[in-house]
Ligand binder design. Structure first.
Ligand code: GRF
Length: 223
């Protein structure tokens, strides 16, 4: 399915998506009929399979290779210049595996969101599924949040929880979480683009339409 820039409304927000790898979240976003224009997909790796997914959807792709820069600052400066050439309202980190400098994060304050494969603030950083299994937690999940200078922290927009099963491996747990990532990421972007979320003075995400979930996830199931 091709993303259709010709059907764009002039007041529609514009987003740029940053990736590093497979791009399954990117694919979920491209197939979600988001109420925004996807101006470009930028990867820090030329070999990222996600670039092909973007091309198949008719989206402009760019590569800003981190290894051709001597330090984080110069990489982030080129990345910011590339992003700014599209004048996006929102920058989406969809499996973008680079730590960003505080200057970069400050430049896009309240305009930069990330998806992380854990229920933050638990399990920030890497290998979240392995660590969750090692700890024996019964519930795990994923989080979409605004990015701040504190890596994998920042105002939380939406989370999805999944049960951890007795015979889970990091791979089976990752697949269960990833399925939910593909559901909550488009929702978060839709809320942002429709003006349904804002930030409170103390750095929490406020929802215009508050749909309170009516049930709890209890894991393991009670008798
Ligand atoms: C996802 O689990 C995401 O949460 C994490 O990296 C993974 C990227 O997967 N930051 P993909 O490239 O979207 O398939």
């Amino acid at each position: 399915m091709k993303h259709k820039p010709e059907s764009v409304n002039v007041s529609m927000k514009s987003i740029v998506i940053l990736i590093s790898g497979l791009g399954s979240n990117l694919r979920a976003l491209l197939e979600s009929d988001l109420p925004c224009r996807i101006a470009a997909v930028i990867s820090n790796r030329a070999a990222a399979p996600g670039l092909e997914i973007a091309k198949q959807h008719g989206i402009t792709t760019r590569v800003v290779a981190h290894h051709s820069h001597p330090d984080r600052e110069s990489f982030d400066t080129e990345l910011a210049n590339c992003i700014d050439s599209y004048r996006p309202d929102l920058i989406v980190l969809a499996g973008f595996m680079r730590i960003l400098t505080p200057q970069f994060v400050a430049r896009y304050q309240n305009k930069l969101i990330n998806i992380h494969p854990s229920l933050l603030p638990a399990y920030s950083g890497l290998n979240t599924h392995t660590r969750a299994l090692r700890d024996g937690v019964k519930i795990h999940g994923c989080t979409v949040h605004f990015v701040t200078g504190d890596v994998d922290h920042g105002p939380i927009i939406i989370q999805a929880a999944v049960p951890v099963l007795m015979d889970d491996t990091p791979a089976t747990l990752a697949a269960r979480v990833l399925y939910q990532e593909h559901r909550i990421f488009p929702q978060a972007i839709r809320w942002f683009c429709n003006g349904d979320i804002s930030l409170s003075a103390d750095g929490k995400v406020l929802m215009k339409r508050l749909e309170q979930p009516g049930c709890a996830l209890i894991s393991p199931e009670m008798e």
